[in-house]
Design a protein around this ligand. Sequence first.
Ligand SMILES: [Zn+2]
Ligand SMILES: [Zn+2]
Length: 146
Amino acid sequence: MPQCAFHPTAETNVRCVECDRPICPKDMVQTPVGYKCKECARQLPSARRSVKPKQLALAALASAAVGTGGAFLLAAIGFGYWFVLLGLGVVTGEAARRASDGHRSAAIAAVAGIAVAIGAYLSGLGIVSMAVATIAAVVYVLSNRW
Ligand SMILES: [Zn+2]
Ligand SMILES: [Zn+2]
């Protein structure tokens, strides 16, 4: 019989469905797809972190404050150039990411993008500034994963 990958003294016929290492009953974790070793069972939740509604709400709030508010401020002081809006998009993306505990998902990107788009549109900065800021926010959130 093969030896347990975690306890060389224990023999077992069960293998982890993920990494195929032999595992004894002490290391087995039952999952919907079968028995997994404790290492593989642990990896799943962190690899598939999904955004909770509260985190999305916080991201929306931060995006509105920074993205929508920032666009209105830039329009008010007459500084709504497209390259400034590019920076505003990045800052909004960062604000949304921080507010949601570091998430970089499509939902957070959408929230940040929509916030700057609404701000740029309603404050009358023009379609080019609006597009630049929206793309900057979305690209910023979705890139640089770590
Ligand atoms: Zn495993
Ligand atoms: Zn074991």
